[in-house]
Design a protein around this ligand. Sequence first.
Ligand code: PA5
Length: 449
Amino acid sequence: MENIKLNIDKTFGCTSAAEVKALEQKVMAAIEGLEKGTCLGNDFLGWLHLPSSITKEHLDDIKACAKTLRDNCEVVVVAGIGGSYLGARAVIEALSNSFQWLLKSQNGPIMIYAGNNIGEDYLAELSEFLKDKKFGVINISKSGTTTETALAFRLLKKQCEDQRGKETAKKVIVAVTDAVKGAARKTAETEGYKTFVIPDNIGGRFSVLTPVGLLPIATAGFDIDQLVAGARDMEAATAASVPFDQNPSAQYAACRNALYAKGKKIEILVNFQPKLHYMMEWWKQLYGESEGKDLKGIFPASVDFTTDLHSMGQWIQEGERTIFETVISVETPEKNLVVPSDKENLDGLNFLAGKRVDEVNKMAELGTQLAHVDGGVPNMRVSVPRLNEYYLGQLIYFFEKACGISGGVLGVNTFNQPGVEAYKKNMFALLNKPGYEEESKKIQAKLGK
Ligand code: PA5
């Protein structure tokens, strides 16, 4: 099977092959740090050889639970935030029909998401939508105490029990959480829910190939064997024994660091397939939370093209030259749609007649690359043969491995996220959470109350 491919040639001009090569030693040292477990944050390296260590029994257990949810639910709500939902949503949306909501005959439950915001309207409208629907919940939280998720789950649990009765609710509520600690574990054990464990040594943003991602993806009806197979093949393609020049994750990590050293502080991940929107969101979390610390790190941004060429396109073409782009290019779409010929040609589009829509999209992609490179935006390209489970598995592992390497080259602890605690501390103090009495006093004084 072919692999996804990285092309960095269009960054040369800003950086060069020699400058990328000059990072070889640092990159290989970062790979060794991951492999030997000597890097910063080395208690969170469970993702590194995860694809090759997932057993058939584990996948069968996940599939059996997914089947119970599929057989008993019209809707499944995935409750989680950050690493506890973005990976699942990224894969599910990339593989789903764009209009799945509106399709009359559903092949399995509709997948929706909650616990990733505290919008009262969102939660109230979700509750209205779920009224009279046979719904189930996958409650995902490693800590088991994340406010957004816990709050949504409290509401969903009550509604599910009220609508379906406590006994049925027990069958269609599943918890994916820590093996022993946290409120989600406690609730699951008290209520008798089916549970899956998030390993201690895998952080949220690296957890899509654990039940955090695999259970929702299987519940949505997608092939998790293939997803894991793709990741496993990319694990081999990026192994420590693979030479620097042939390791796509090493090349990507080196190139983005070479660009960063040239003042390119913002990386824009680009897609030309709207279904990849959430893959960008997942990637932003992976890189933003991993690298943005110690007052450094490339800012990860994203755009959906050609849509955003009509908005952000101006900034990218002519704004401050602090950006580079990484384009995820899907080689072959799953569907085939040809532009029809029109006798009257009132819209003047007959020059496209007979062409596949994707050919038009590909020329937009090439034209954009040429224009942006000419405009001083270095451009990397990740070619993905097709949007299927196998290649998404490859893509996920490719980015995870590159992130581990890139953080090592940057010299940060890739696997912690101390910065996300600051807002939580303030919020709990403002809400008078028990245990935050001192912080409450301080924050009230700060606000002049
Ligand atoms: O990557 C991370 O560690 C975070 O984004 C977490 O996934 C997120 O904060 C949710 O945490 P939890 O799973 O503990 O609810």
